[in-house]
Design a protein around this ligand. Structure first.
Ligand SMILES: N[C@@H](CCC(=O)N[C@@H](CS)C(=O)NCC(=O)O)C(=O)O
Length: 290
């Protein structure tokens, strides 16, 4: 199985590839964008380029962050690639998939569905954590998927933390912009989880980051989190609960939580802090000292 290159775009001295491929996990065609830093073509010795996975939020395609987060100059500065996956399968023809902006299309919450209605397609946890990485590793052989970290925004900030915490040692570190903290108390995740995992709420716990952080046993890099004081979704996100849940765990003192004055939920805000997040990832990917 390989990728179709839909577009190759020169940007910031590197190259953005807009790819698509057939996914076995979702049984659909999936789009994914990959930013190859300048080193990818210009430096023949760069054969093990670390990878940052960036998971977007509700309503996004791979293009939103590719166009508006401005990871590119920092990916070049440190020398990592950025993978921008899609936020759900598309066109799976599941009833209700396109009726609400926080269910179905662009609202996978990055879990593996177990319900008869959704489980044929909504397997985004397996897609992101396994299939996409192994497919890209054989397609873009200069990328080093053994040196990888993960970040995301909103639903994707939650997804990044959840995937990091469920896979100790796999990701070198994690960061999140405005993550959804409590999937049991958020109107978007509650609708999605009831659909994808069923009404029995104990089955949601395996994806509950406030629980996962307590049972986690593995390396404990710092976790970097930002949230804007003017975010219109503060009451849904409750990102500070992640800092609170870290108390008494291996992550106590390791959650760098920043409630930043005046910023909202948009990519004007995300892009304002991408430099700090890039530096954080570069440190744990072995690309910078501090
Ligand atoms: N549709 C929502 C907003 C959804 C939203 O803000 N989505 C965020 C992620 S949670 C996003 O990144 N949107 C796309 C963009 O800003 O490019 C509303 O009506 O308020």
């Amino acid at each position: 199985m390989s990728f179709t290159v839909n577009k190759e775009i020169a940007t910031f001295g590197g190259k953005l590839l807009k790819l698509s491929h057939e996914s076995k996990a979702t049984n659909t065609k999936m789009d994914v964008n990959v930013y190859l830093p300048a080193q990818y073509e210009n430096d023949p010795s760069a054969t093990k380029i670390p990878v940052l996975l960036y998971l977007s939020g509700l309503e996004c395609t791979p293009n939103n962050a590719s166009e508006k987060a401005f990871w590119q100059p920092f990916a070049n500065k440190y020398g990592f690639a950025v993978v921008f996956p899609d936020t759900s399968p598309r066109g799976a023809n599941v009833e209700g998939e396109d009726e609400t902006w926080y269910l179905g299309t662009a609202a996978s919450f990055y879990v593996d569905s177990t319900t008869s209605k959704w489980s044929k397609n909504y397997k985004m946890y397996s897609y992101i954590n396994d299939e996409l990485q192994s497919e890209l590793a054989s397609y873009l052989t200069k990328l080093d998927f053994n040196n990888i970290s993960i970040s995301g925004h909103s639903m994707g900030g939650y997804g990044a933390l959840m995937i990091f915490l469920k896979n100790p040692s796999k990701y070198k570190t994690v960061s999140a912009f405005s993550p959804v903290a409590n999937v049991h108390d958020n109107k978007w995740s509650e609708l999605c989880f009831a659909n994808y995992l069923g009404q029995e709420k104990s089955s949601w716990d395996q994806y509950d980051i406030l629980k996962l952080i307590k049972s986690y046993n593995g390396p404990t890099p710092e976790i970097l989190i930002h949230l804007g004081t003017k975010d219109p979704f503060l009451n849904e996100l409750k990102s500070k609960l992640i800092l609170d849940a870290s108390k008494g765990t291996k992550f106590e003192g390791k959650v760098d939580y920043n409630f930043v004055e005046g910023y909202d939920h948009s990519y004007y805000y995300v892009s304002s802090f991408v430099d700090e997040h890039a530096k954080h990832h570069a440190k744990y990917l072995g690309l910078a000292d501090n």
